[in-house]
Design a protein around this ligand. Structure first.
Ligand code: ADP
Ligand code: MG
Length: 360
């Protein structure tokens, strides 16, 4: 048991009849940490969250919270607050009464509850809406109420299942910042389920990437993005160009070009998948012999799209045959190299950005 570990899940499995929804899930969450479960729809995120909450217990495996084995504890005796995608507020109760609901069940004195509710209303920025009913609030405001209700009893653990997914883009981005700030202020250990990679990257201390009921990778947002453990992770978070090639002695050969990579551990002669993110493909001008150097390719601009903060470049290279290469170039780079459709250029694929995966 690590000293800073607050929630420990070991070898957890969950089946629904013959269908295995979660396999061999092991995870340690530190006290105060913000964890995101990230993965495509149906990968088991909600199932895992519900097991942690005791709403639908695991088939096998154990869960410890704050040193206590809660594996068989009914939901009502566990220590957490939860927020779902649908606001799940009581429509016939005011904002104040919605937030007070859980507190009233604890049998605390009225005055104490009133003080606490006022504090929570201020905390989520709804002091002016205390007497409104849920239907009179926007989606974002309703989710703030749900959040205030979930943290009202100061739970040890905050569980959030796609709390922002039903909101429109602007509100979602705003509220994710607010929620993150609130979590930091409260220091409450938090697990949020999301299928939105940007949300996970923006909010999480660590991301748990899931696929088909297993954990593919656990890491900080930068680790997950920079060093994806599998092609699935590389593709699910961000974008990648993929090129089939052969690995030999720390490098791959593509056409007549050698690309060095820092990825080790592949067998010489193995067929591998090379992957590189569009923003890691760097522009160079032509007219010098850069292209003869390792990690450089001669390419041609077959299309370019202005996407506001950058240019999306569609490149072709004889070395890559029919496989197109996508690159994101800054406006500065496009101006500096005076790039237009049809132009030739040299691109660099830096060794520390060339990722190599075993082919599936
Ligand atoms: P996610 O939240 O990642 O979208 P879920 O955890 O809701 O995915 O579901 C994971 C898988 O388990 C899905 O294939 C889903 O159909 C299945 N599943 C979830 N709940 C049940 C249930 N109560 N009975 C049968 N299958 C279920
Ligand atoms: Mg879900």
């Amino acid at each position: 048991v690590k000293p800073d570990s607050y929630l420990e899940i070991s070898d957890l499995w969950k089946s629904f009849g013959d269908f295995v929804a979660l396999r061999n899930i092991s995870l340690d969450v530190a006290r105060g940490e913000f964890i995101c479960f990230l993965g495509p729809s149906g990968c088991g995120k909600t199932t895992l969250l519900r097991a942690i909450a005791g709403l639908d217990p695991q088939s096998r495996g154990t869960i410890h919270q704050d040193g206590r084995d809660i594996s068989r504890l009914p939901a009502s005796r566990r220590d957490y607050g939860i927020v779902f995608q649908s606001y799940a507020l009581f429509p016939n109760l005011t904002v104040t009464r919605n937030i007070a609901f859980g507190l009233e069940n604890t049998g605390r004195p009225r005055a104490e509850i009133a003080t606490r509710v006022a504090e929570l209303l201020a905390l989520v920025g709804l002091a002016d809406h205390a007497d409104k009913y849920p239907a009179q609030l926007s989606g974002g405001q309703q989710q703030r109420v749900a959040l205030a209700r979930a943290i009202a009893i100061s739970p040890g653990l905050l569980l959030l299942d796609e709390p922002l997914s039903a909101l429109d883009a602007k509100v979602r981005v705003h509220l994710r910042h607010e929620m993150k700030e609130l979590q930091r202020k409260l220091g409450v250990t938090t697990i949020m389920v999301t299928h939105d990679q940007e949300e996970a990257l923006a909010m999480a201390d660590r991301i748990v990437v899931m696929n088909h009921g297993v954990i593919e990778q656990i890491g900080t947002p930068t680790e997950i993005y920079r060093d994806p453990a599998s092609l699935f992770v590389a593709d699910f978070i961000g974008e990648t160009n993929r090129i089939r090639c052969r690995y030999s002695d720390g490098a791959v050969t593509i056409g007549g070009s050698v690309l060095h990579t820092r990825t080790a551990g592949h067998r010489d002669g193995a067929d591998v998948m090379m992957a590189i993110r569009p923003e890691d493909v760097l522009p160079h001008s032509t007219g010098h012999d850069a292209v003869k150097r390792p990690n450089h390719l001669a390419a041609q601009v077959t299309g370019m799209e202005f996407l506001g903060s950058f240019w999306r470049m569609h490149l072709r290279s004889a070395e890559l045959g029919d496989t197109p290469l996508l690159a994101n170039f800054s406006m500065n780079a496009v101006r500096r190299f005076d790039l237009h459709q049809g132009d030739d250029l040299t691109v660099e694929l830096p060794p520390d950005r060339v990722l190599i995966f075993a082919q599936a």
